[in-house]
Design a protein around this ligand. Structure first.
Ligand code: AP5
Length: 219
């Protein structure tokens, strides 16, 4: 199954993608996670994108397209994948179609549009904690770790993402709103968009997705 998760920052795409990855056994490909890894390892790419990410702007298409093309060229994507954070612009969606064509791996099955209200988004982003070691997301109130600032799964240190600061969040939402309509239109023309109520709990959203996959004969 080839899925794209679309939606505003903090809508719960990454959280749901990790649950889907366990259930469907297909890789979760998050361009945000991949870029943060480059920043952490201080690679050339990481140094180039750090400032851009910290400001909440988008990394240029030529850089991100290369990252995604390399990732989709790996064998573990043959049975499908969950794309989280890519594409983010219509131009990236066109590039994705070209990559899939080149890899002869068939088109995208569904685009899951995570529709969340602004109040929920702000609350989720301001409380998000991420494990520095394994990348799992927690939330100060919604998904608190058992031990303060320690990951339940690997004992790694939890931290707040640099781009979850208030001003950057505002800019990320603005950038998202500027880009989303043409992207949705692009996939709507292919009848691939399915809207999900992302204000619901992660378990409720997961149940809805499972029912949807069944209805679409994808399970
Ligand atoms: P990226 O990492 O992709 O950030 P984003 O799209 O802004 O999405 P988030 O990770 O903030 O939110 P999410 O929807 O995954 O929410 P989450 O599950 O964590 O991108 C970061 C930056 O990288 C961009 O700004 C850009 O600079 C660059 N970039 C990345 N891709 C790019 C591209 N394609 N092109 C150009 N630039 C690119 O949940 C949030 C919190 O809420 C967590 O604490 C979680 O525990 C909690 N939570 C989640 N779901 C629920 C729920 N249902 N109920 C209660 N709490 C919940």
């Amino acid at each position: 199954m080839k899925l794209i998760l679309l939606g505003p920052p903090g809508a719960g795409k990454g959280t749901q993608a990790k649950i889907l990855n366990e259930g469907l056994k297909i890789p979760h490909i998050s361009t945000g996670d991949m870029l943060r890894e480059e920043v952490k390892n201080q690679t050339e790419l990481g140094k180039e994108v750090k400032k851009i990410m910290d400001s909440g702007a988008l990394v240029p298409d030529n850089l991100i397209n290369k990252v995604i093309e390399d990732r989709l060229g790996r064998d573990d994507t043959k049975k499908g994948f969950i794309l989280d954070g890519f594409p983010r612009t219509e131009a990236q969606a066109i590039t994705l179609d070209e990559i899939l064509k080149k890899n002869s791996s068939g088109g995208i099955d569904l685009v899951l549009y995570f529709d969340a209200t602004l109040k929920i988004i702000i609350e989720r982003l301001s409380g998000r904690l991420v494990c520095r070691n394994c990348g799992v997301n927690f939330h100060k109130k919604n998904v608190p770790p058992k031990k303060d600032m320690i990951c339940d799964f690997c004992n790694g240190q939890l931290y707040q993402r640099d781009d979850d600061k208030e001003d950057t969040v505002k800019n990320r939402i603005k950038v998202y709103e500027e880009k989303i309509s043409p992207l949705i239109d692009y996939y709507q023309k292919q009848n691939k968009v399915r809207k999900i109520n992302a204000d619901l709990s992660a378990n409720e959203a997961y149940d809805i997705l499972m029912k949807l996959f069944k209805k679409e004969n994808l399970s």
